[in-house]
Every structure is written in structure tokens, then in C-alpha cells.
Design a protein around this ligand. Structure first.
Ligand code: FAD
Ligand code: FMN
Length: 782
């Protein structure tokens, strides 16, 4: 077998090694345009988990790599004169040059032919090869040559960065967030060998410009960075090596394989340097390719296996890298945060590290985070314990004169079980049990302001006395038997009205017994849905009056809070999104025009809703569709509602159009809440695939939301909050009838938590830094 590998970086060399081990008879050649010891770049970093993989696949290169590595365990965050250190991270670094020399040596040893200064222009010279590996880096010539086939998407990110080095020793992976007269600069730095550290400097384009960095030489840039970070460098120089400022290319390719050619490493996909995974991905690609070549009967089948088997893992890493790079791009959102909360945000930005996880590794740090959070609550006028604070989930929140006992919320969820809009026994038990379960706030399902405002025939309403009495019974029960507050969500279905119950076909039009539907524009939801009537001014007046009448009834029921539903493609949302609003009058066009009617409804509600009671609005912060609402629009929408008197923005997403492309995942809507909260400076509630109290605490402590709503988790566990309170040892209200149960779970949780933590600590493998420290410890005297 003949294998040609274009590119002698980590992907090319490691694949050569693994393939040659597997097929000693194969003729394998690596073509690299640089010289063997070209010293491009400084250090690379790997996690302990990645090294375990290398050990398994090629022990000799693993041993040589680990002999050369610098290990560290801590991450240090420097911000506004403070430094926060968190241990237990397990990283190691080595010079890129050393890594490549080790891989070259190992490849040669195995009989791979290495051809340096061989710049490959045309792959046709490998017509007789059975496999051509394209490991030619992020600017891959061959990916671009077959651009139509590979369909790469190259997203040049907005921040600029430069990769430099220094002789400054470092004992932790170090982030420095530096305020300057021009704006924020960030340094990502780590040591990779004795007396050598990597320094990646990053800033936003406006700061870059203001600082006069445009057009400077590498040396001049390094001098400027040395001025800015001089206080930390302690006289150590900054070193350059092709250290020009550039924008990070986030690359994704639709296809990785063409005939017998396969893309590997940065050529197919990149991951932002802030999670330090580029070299890891490149080498793990090589492992995946070798595995596929071992298992599959033909090269063609192996390449298919490689692409199908590997894509999900790569996309997961890319997603984590995306989340991380967006955090760094928007660091200004957190610039006025308390330093410890800021550091917590840095640590937890990419989802893998959480509140509970940090509590195990760095309990003192988390205690400081809790204290800072409690101090903020106290600054809002609630007298909480700031010396021994409870976890953020159990800190109270005040909105106008309503005080919530904790930050866990039951998200609004239609039960599709009402008769002519009247909530029945099912609803009493449903809302009642969730209130007893300990959540601070319970939302009603979308309650419709008129008969023809309903989504389905099973939706609740609040347009007549019977419905009012039924809701009053539920509100009274909640108030009499729990400490929970209850908010009424009012809505109008718009073009998604007259549809079937969820379990009969969500959003599908009713076959019989429907009613006429209205919307901002006459565009049906499904092609076969009812075409809605475009609302004229008279229809708007009528709907507005219905909302006002329902709010007045809501007040008569005793609800504590009112939410206007302007999300998920229902009537008010259909005005806000340009995908569903194509009006040419004053209620269409610009965002300001599209917001006019929803704001008018909100203002009419605010006028009748008692001034001491809070109001929220639910928005879809993105339509997940081309040409639709984006996060930046959501900030403007939130600002407009805040000016009109909203106390909380309930940040949901999507459900506007059928062909949306949402990106699901854990806590997938939280980034929008974070953006709205910290750019529009308004309190937010986040929601969406948040399933654990650990996630709730992580989100709150990092300042990404003020309240956290859980929908589906509450459907199966009404006592979600009570259980979490037991776990964290926080107080939670409970009716006297249930006290024995509460006492038991609180007692057991102390032991369960201790067992869990012991298990976690025992199960955690020692980091290489810990192993190294143990190995070098002098033996204790007998
Ligand atoms: C600022 C910055 C910091 C980074 N920090 C880290 C980090 O801390 N940890 C980490 O793991 N990764 C890091 N990376 C990423 C890492 O450098 C790359 O992801 C990794 O090197 C990818 O390996 P590769 O083999 O796919 O590509 P490369 O390392 O780019 O190798 C491609 C090779 O192909 C050669 N080549 C290209 N075209 C041709 C041709 N036509 N003919 C012959 N040869 C050719 C090139 O000369 C090059 O040697 C960082 C990247 C950047 C930009
Ligand atoms: C059965 C069901 C009904 C829902 N009904 C409503 C509703 O009436 N109003 C609303 O704003 N959101 C509604 N939602 C959306 C939820 O409030 C929540 O935003 C969504 O389920 C995501 O959160 P989760 O992942 O915690 O479930 C509903 C969700 C479910 C599962």
C-alpha cells in the first residue's frame, strides 16, 4: 500500500506513525514544505485525558513527549488587581518544535519517509497512491482547490490575536484581563518548558485600532504588549516568531473525504485556541483514521467510517470552543463584575466546569463566589447572611414588591387539558404540587385572552367569570400552602391558533371545530395551515382590550406577577420577527415598527397591572433562521420593554418558523440570556435544557441570568427545588403535612452528599502534576 501525506504538522506526522505501525510494509511518505526544524510557534497544550489516549496508541512517542512536558494543575485568573487560582485542572505543555521533532524521529524510526522543503502544488503526482492524507493546516490548499466538494465554511472571528513567547516562568495556566486606556486586552499564557512560556494576546478590533496597533511590525507590537503586561512580565522579554496579529478562522467542512483523499486536523476543522484543543484534535483525527483503516475492509470504507465516526466528537469540541471564544469576544459584558464572579465566569464559560465541580476542587473559591453573590442580594435591600451564604439558587430575589424565596422557577407549560378555557382539577393538582415542591415562582401556562386567541381547544383562558373563579382557586391554594409566588402568562396564539392538542399533532391545524386566526401578515405556519387574516387597527384594538381585560381578571385572582407572551411565533412574536411580519404600515419594517404593537399591548397592561407588582415579557431571542431575529436584536427588544417598565425578560428562543435550525445542547438558550442581561442591563430569566441544580447555580453565580426556569424537569419532579435545597443544605418552605419527608431527605442528603464527594475524589485519577510531585517527594524518614 502507498500512502502520501501532505503536511508534516501534528496531524500528518501522527497519522504517518500510526498507519506505519499498523502496516509496516506500506510505503508512507510525509511531504512538508518547511525544513525539519523550522521553529514556527511556541508551545502547545494538552489535557491529561489527551495524553492517556497517546499512551494507548503509541507508547514510545508518548514517553518522549511526557519527558519533555511542563505540567501544571492550576488556572489563575488575573483581573483588576486580584488573582484567583483554581486547582485540579491537569494540563501540560511542550514546545511545538519539540513535539514535531519527537514525532519526526519516531516516524523515521518506523520507516516513514519524510521529505522536507517539499511544497506540494498538485496532488495528481500521487495518482498511484492508495490514500492521500491532506494534513496541510488551516489554509489548506487542497481543501480550497476542491471547495465545491468539501464545502468549507470559514468564519473569521472578530477579535484579533497574536501568538508570542516569553522567558517568564509560570506555574499555572494564566489568564490576564488587562484594562487599558484603549479598552480590554487579554493574555492567555502557559509555560511549556523550563524558561519558556507561550503568550497569546487578544483584543477586540476597536481596542486594537485605538491602541494604534494597526500596521506595527512584530517587534513594535511585542514592545507595546510588553508595556501593557510589563507589571506581570517582571522584566522578561516577549519573543516573536511570525507573531503577526490575525483573526481566528473558525473552520467547518461539510465533507472530509473525496475519493481517496481525506482532510485531517486544522485542514478540515479548527477549534479556538482558548480551549487549547487544536493539536489534540489533529492528533486524535490521526487516531480515528488509523482505527478506521484497521477495521474497514477497504480504504474507501475506512474513509467513510472515519468521517462518520469522528464528526460528532469534533463538532462537540468545536461547540465548546465556540462558546469559549464568544465569551472572550464579549468580555466587556462582564468588565464591571465583581472580580471573583468574573473569575467564576472564566472558569465555567465552556460548560464542562460547573459550580459543584469547583466546590470539590476549590471550595474556598466557591465560598468567595457565594459571598459575592450574597452581597449583591444585600445591596438590593434584602438582609441575607453574607458570611455563611447559601448557594445562589437559594438566594431571594426582589422584583418591585414581590420577593421570591429562591431562584428556581417552574416554566410556563401548556397542559392542553382545559374545558372551554377553564382550568380544572388536573391544573389544581399540577400547579399546587409544584408550588409545594419548593420553586420560588410558578408560571401558569399560556393563558389565552379570548376564545379565538387559544392555541388549541385544551388551552386555558381568562376571559369569563368561570375561568376567573377556577384560577382564583389555584392561586389561593398556592398562597395558602406554599411560599411560592405565582405568575400569570397571558398570550394570543396568532397564526398558530386553532391547532391540535400537543399529543394529537403539535401546531397541526384542527380538522374540525377550528376558528379564524389572525397574524401580523397573512403567512401560514405550515403550507397547509390556515392562512391568517392580517390584523387591521380595529383588530389590534380588540386584541389589546382583551389583554387588558384578562390582566384585570388576573389581578382579581390574586396573581403575584404578570407575563406577556411575545415569543414562540404567537401573535405578538409574529409582529416582532421580520420572517412573519411583512407589513408596510407603521407596525412593520424596522425593529422599532415591528415592536410598536407588542409594546402598545405591554404599556396598556402595565397601566392596569398594580404598580407594586412586577411584569415580565417572554421573547424569542433568536429565530434560529436566516434573516430572523438575532441576539443583537434581542438586546434592542429587551431595552425597549425595559423602557416601557418591564422588570424581567424571560429569554427563550425560536419556534417562529418551521424551517428554523436551532442548535440544541445543555443550557442552549443561556447565552442569549447572558447577552440580554449584560448588554441591555435588565434582569433576565433563562430556560432551556437546564436539568440540574448544579447548572442552576453555575448560571446564576456566573451572572448569566437572575432566575432559572425549568420546564420538562418539573413535569417529572415537582419537588426539584426541595431536593436541591436538601442537597445544598438550604432552607425551603414545606407545608406541615410533609415535614417528616422533608426532615428525612435533609438528614439523608448530608450523608449522600458526603458519599458522593468521597466517591468523586476517589474516582478522580491523579493528574500528571500530582504524580510528578509525588515521584519527586523525598521519602519520609522511617
Ligand atoms: C495562536 C494559536 C495558538 C494555539 N495554541 C494551541 C495550543 O495551545 N494547543 C493546541 O493543541 N493547539 C494550539 N493551536 C492549534 C494548533 O497549532 C493547530 O491546531 C495544530 O497545529 C493543527 O495541526 P495540523 O497538523 O492539522 O496543522 P499544522 O500544524 O498547521 O500543520 C500543517 C503543516 O502542513 C504544511 N503544509 C501546508 N501546505 C503544504 C503543502 N502544500 N505542501 C507541503 N506542506 C504543506 C505546513 O507547513 C504545516 O507544517 C494554536 C493555534 C493558534 C493559531
Ligand atoms: C409541554 C410543554 C408546554 C409548553 N407550554 C408553554 C407555554 O404555554 N408558554 C411558554 O412560554 N412556553 C411553553 N413551553 C416552553 C417551556 O416554558 C420551556 O421554555 C421549554 O420547555 C424549554 O425548557 P425545558 O428544557 O426546561 O423544558 C412549553 C414546553 C412544554 C414541554
Amino acid at each position: 500500500m502507498k500512502i502520501a501525506i501532505i503536511g508534516g504538522g501534528p496531524a500528518g506526522l501522527y497519522s504517518a506513525i500510526l498507519l506505519k505501525k499498523q502496516r509496516p510494509q506500506a510505503e508512507i511518505t510525509v511531504y512538508e514544505r518547511n525544513r525539519a526544524d523550522d521553529t514556527f510557534g511556541f508551545g502547545v497544550v494538552f489535557s491529561d485525558a489527551t495524553l492517556d489516549n497517546f499512551e494507548k496508541y503509541d507508547a514510545p512517542s508518548y514517553r518522549r513527549i511526557t519527558q519533555e512536558f511542563a505540567y501544571w494543575d492550576d488556572i489563575a485568573v488575573h483581573f483588576r488587581g486580584t488573582v484567583h487560582r483554581v486547582g485540579g485542572n491537569g494540563f501540560c505543555g511542550c514546545s511545538r518544535r519539540m513535539l514535531l521533532l519527537i514525532l519526526q524521529e519516531r516516524a523515521r524510526e518506523l520507516g516513514v519517509s519524510l521529505q522536507f522543503e517539499a511544497d506540494i502544488e498538485d496532488e495528481s503526482r500521487f495518482a498511484d497512491a492508495d490514500l492521500v492524507v491532506l494534513a496541510d493546516g488551516s489554509n489548506s490548499r487542497f481543501r480550497d482547490k476542491y471547495v465545491e466538494h468539501f464545502q468549507p465554511e470559514v468564519d473569521l472571528r472578530s477579535n484579533v490575536f497574536a501568538w508570542m513567547g516569553s522567558t517568564r516562568p509560570l506555574d499555572a495556566f494564566t489568564f490576564i484581563f488587562q484594562e487599558t486606556e484603549w479598552g480590554p486586552f487579554i493574555a492567555h499564557a502557559y509555560q511549556y518548558e523550563a524558561g519558556r512560556s507561550t503568550w497569546i494576546f487578544e483584543t477586540d478590533p476597536a481596542t486594537f485600532k485605538r491602541a494604534g496597533l494597526e500596521g506595527l511590525s512584530e517587534k513594535q507590537s511585542a514592545d507595546r504588549m510588553a508595556d501593557i503586561f510589563g507589571w506581570f512580565l517582571e522584566g522578561h522579554p516577549l519573543l516573536t516568531n511570525r507573531s503577526m496579529w490575525r483573526n481566528f478562522p473558525m473552520i467547518r467542512s461539510k465533507r472530509w473525504v473525496k475519493d481517496k483523499m481525506v482532510l485531517l486536523g486544522d485542514a478540515k476543522a479548527t477549534a479556538h485556541f482558548s480551549i487549547g484543543s487544536g493539536t489534540k484534535l489533529a492528533m486524535e483525527d490521526a487516531i480515528a483514521l488509523a482505527e478506521a483503516m484497521h477495521r474497514a475492509p477497504t480504504v474507501e470504507a475506512a474513509l467513510q467510517q472515519y468521517e462518520h465516526g469522528r464528526r460528532e466528537e469534533v463538532e462537540k469540541t468545536q461547540h465548546a470552543a465556540d462558546v469559549s471564544l464568544v465569551w472572550f469576544e464579549h468580555v466587556d459584558r462582564f468588565w464591571d463584575f465583581d472580580p471573583v464572579q468574573f473569575a467564576f465566569g472564566v472558569m465555567t464559560r465552556a460548560k464542562a466546569i460547573t459550580y459543584d465541580n469547583l466546590t470539590l476542587r476549590a471550595p474556598e473559591f466557591v465560598r468567595e463566589v457565594d459571598k459575592a453573590f450574597a452581597k449583591q442580594v444585600r445591596a438590593h435591600g434584602i438582609n441575607v447572611d453574607v458570611e455563611k451564604p447559601v448557594a445562589p439558587m437559594f438566594q431571594p430575589l426582589r422584583l418591585r414588591e414581590m420577593t421570591l424565596a429562591n431562584r428556581a422557577v417552574v416554566s410556563p407549560m401548556c397542559m392542553y387539558s382545559a374545558q372551554e378555557g377553564v382550568p380544572g382539577d388536573f391544573h389544581l393538582v399540577h400547579y399546587g404540587s409544584r408550588a409545594i415542591g419548593g420553586a420560588g415562582l410558578i408560571f401558569t401556562e399560556m393563558t389565552c385572552v379570548s376564545r379565538d386567541a387559544r392555541i388549541t381547544p385544551g388551552c386555558t383562558g381568562l376571559w369569563n367569570d368561570g375561568q376567573q373563579a377556577a384560577w382564583r382557586r389555584i392561586v389561593d391554594f398556592v398562597h395558602a400552602n406554599s411560599a411560592a409566588k405565582i405568575a400569570l402568562q397571558l398570550g394570543h396564539a396568532g397564526r398558530k391558533g386553532a391547532t391540535k392538542l400537543m399529543w394529537d399533532g403539535m401546531d397541526r391545524p384542527l380538522e374540525a371545530g377550528g376558528w379564524d386566526v389572525v397574524s401580523a401578515s397573512p403567512i401560514p405556519y405550515f403550507p397547509d395551515s390556515q392562512v391568517p387574516r392580517e390584523m387591521d387597527r380595529a383588530a389590534m384594538d380588540k386584541v389589546k382590550a382583551n389583554f387588558v381585560a384578562a390582566a384585570e381578571r388576573g389581578e382579581a385572582c390574586g396573581f403575584d406577577m404578570l407575563e406577556l407572551h411575545a415569543a414562540h411565533g404567537y401573535l405578538l412574536a409574529s409582529f416582532i420577527s421580520p420572517l412573519t411580519n411583512q407589513r408596510t404600515d407603521a407596525y412593520g419594517g424596522s425593529l422599532q415598527g415591528r415592536l410598536r404593537f407588542p409594546l402598545e399591548v405591554f404599556e396598556a397592561l402595565r397601566a392596569v397591572w398594580p404598580a407594586h407588582k412586577p411584569m415580565s415579557v417572554r421573547i424569542s431571542a433568536t429565530d434560529w433562521a436566516e434573516g430572523g431575529i438575532t441576539g443583537d436584536d434581542a438586546v434592542e427588544i429587551a431595552r425597549a420593554f425595559a423602557e416601557a417598565g418591564v422588570d424581567l425578560v424571560d429569554v427563550s428562543t425560536g419556534q417562529t418558523v418551521r424551517d428554523a435550525q436551532p442548535i440544541y445542547g445543555r443550557m442552549f438558550q443561556t447565552p442569549f440570556s447572558e447577552q440580554v442581561r449584560n448588554e441591555a442591563r435588565v434582569a433576565t430569566m433563562c430556560v432551556g435544557n437546564i436539568t440540574t441544580s448544579d447548572q442552576v447555580n453555575t448560571i446564576l453565580a456566573a451572572g448569566r441570568a437572575d432566575l432559572v426556569a425549568l420546564g420538562r424537569p418539573h413535569l417529572v419532579d415537582p419537588a426539584f427545588t426541595l431536593r436541591a435545597a436538601a442537597w445544598y443544605g438550604a432552607e425551603v418552605a414545606c407545608p406541615p403535612q410533609y415535614l417528616p419527608g422533608k426532615e428525612q431527605i435533609f438528614r439523608n442528603s448530608v450523608r449522600d452528599r458526603q458519599d458522593f464527594e468521597d466517591l468523586k475524589i476517589k474516582a478522580k485519577p491523579k493528574t500528571r502534576a500530582e504524580l510528578k510531585a509525588e515521584a519527586t517527594k523525598p521519602l519520609a524518614a522511617e
